[in-house]
Design a protein around this ligand. Sequence first.
Ligand code: SF4
Length: 168
Amino acid sequence: MESKKGISIGGTLIWYYYICKREVWLIGHGIEPEQDSDYIALGRHIHEIFYQRRKKELSIDNTIKIDILPGRRVIGEIKKSSRYLESAKMQVAFYLYYMKREKGVDMEGLLLIPEERKRIKVSLTPELERELEETVKNIEDILEMERPPSAVKIPYCKKCAYRSMCWA
Ligand code: SF4
């Protein structure tokens, strides 16, 4: 989705915003992480297996990629674990917000965590819409910074593909 300042913002940046602002900057500036990260590989593997027969991936406006569950007005997002649940919920809420605002379509969201056999419903509330508007503005501000925000050590750093760049 294109922000008021013309910056392209997708679900991935929303997810990282709730994890690490520095990572938002690095991704937003196209800085490549280590592609052989175990974490990236595991995520790709789970996604491929789980959605082998079920998924219908849709790219909208070349900005967001979402999985539409067949026969339902539901946007599904798959995650490896519920560890970063808040981020994952906001990512799904962003897709719902995008579909409502840009396409005029009301949808429900479903967060799928196959390894934990969890399915969590996400609905777009007025509070979530307000929060997302604020989040999009904050992401724009981060991306306009000349340098990335300083690294702050958090538990996610251990799995982060940028760890060697931040903590070498
Ligand atoms: S290693 Fe840590 S500080 Fe650096 S981008 Fe990743 S999560 Fe952020």
